[in-house]
Design a protein around this ligand. Structure first.
Ligand code: URA
Length: 208
C-alpha cells in the first residue's frame, strides 16, 4: 500500500485530543493546525534543495535552501481548510487551489460544485488535503480533477484514513503517495471512519 503513517509521538498525542468527543471547536482547530505542520514536515521531506552562497556573522558558506520546485496545496472543501492553515504556516510561498465536493448521502458518490486551481499547476507539486480519507471517492475525484488540470506530481495528505479509502486511492491513483497520522479500523454504514473522530467539518466549524 502506498501509504506513510506518521507515528511521531507529537502527532499521535494531538490526534488523540482531536478524537475526544468533548474537544471543542476552537481546540480542535488549533490541534488540527498544529498536526498539519507536522504532517507537512513529512509531506515535504523530499523537496529539492540547492546550495546558495551566504554570509553568516562569522564567515561565508554554501547553505541549503528550497530549490525552485514549487508547491500547490489543494484543499478539498470544506474540511481540507483545517489542514491548509498549518501547511501554509510551514510553506507560506505555496499556491492554493480549492475543490468543492460533497458526498451524495444516498450513494456516497463525490459531486463537484467548485474547482479553482492555479494556472501553472503543471509546474507545481500538488498536495491534496482532506482530513478524512473515508470511502476514497472524494479523494480520488479530487486527484483526478487535479491531474486533468495538468498536475504531473500529486500527493495526498490526510489526518485519518480508513482501509477502504486507502484501497480506493491506491487502485485509482497508484502513483499518489498518501501521508496520514493513522489508518483506522473500518467505515460504518454511513461512511464514517471508526473509531475516527466524527465529521471533521462539523467539529472544525461547530456545525451539525
Ligand atoms: N468525513 C468525515 O468528516 N468523517 C468521517 O468519519 C468520514 C468522512
Amino acid at each position: 500500500m502506498n501509504v506513510t503513517i506518521v507515528d511521531h509521538p507529537l502527532v499521535q498525542h494531538k490526534l488523540t485530543q482531536l478524537r475526544r468527543k468533548e474537544t471543542p471547536s476552537d481546540v480542535f482547530r488549533r490541534y488540527l493546525r498544529e498536526i498539519a505542520m507536522l504532517l507537512a514536515y513529512e509531506a515535504l521531506r523530499d523537496q529539492p534543495i540547492e546550495r546558495v552562497e551566504i554570509e553568516t556573522p562569522l564567515t561565508r558558506m554554501k547553505a541549503p535552501q528550497l530549490a525552485g520546485k514549487r508547491v500547490c496545496f489543494v484543499s478539498i472543501l470544506r474540511a481540507g481548510n483545517g489542514l491548509l492553515d498549518g501547511m501554509l504556516e510551514i510553506l507560506p510561498s505555496a499556491r492554493v487551489g480549492h475543490i468543492g465536493l460533497y458526498r451524495d448521502p444516498r450513494t456516497l458518490a463525490a459531486v463537484e460544485y467548485y474547482c479553482k486551481l492555479p494556472e501553472d499547476i503543471a509546474e507545481r507539486e500538488a498536495i491534496v488535503l482532506d482530513p478524512m480519507l473515508a470511502t476514497g471517492h472524494s479523494a480520488a475525484a479530487a486527484v483526478t480533477r487535479t491531474k486533468e488540470l495538468g498536475a504531473k506530481s500529486v500527493r495526498y495528505v490526510c489526518l485519518l484514513a480508513a482501509p477502504e479509502g486507502v484501497k480506493e486511492m491506491n487502485d485509482a491513483h497508484p502513483d499518489v503517495p498518501i501521508i496520514t497520522a493513522a489508518v483506522d479500523s473500518h467505515l460504518n454504514d454511513h461512511g464514517y471512519i471508526v473509531p475516527g473522530l466524527g465529521d471533521a467539518g462539523d467539529r472544525l466549524y461547530g456545525t451539525k
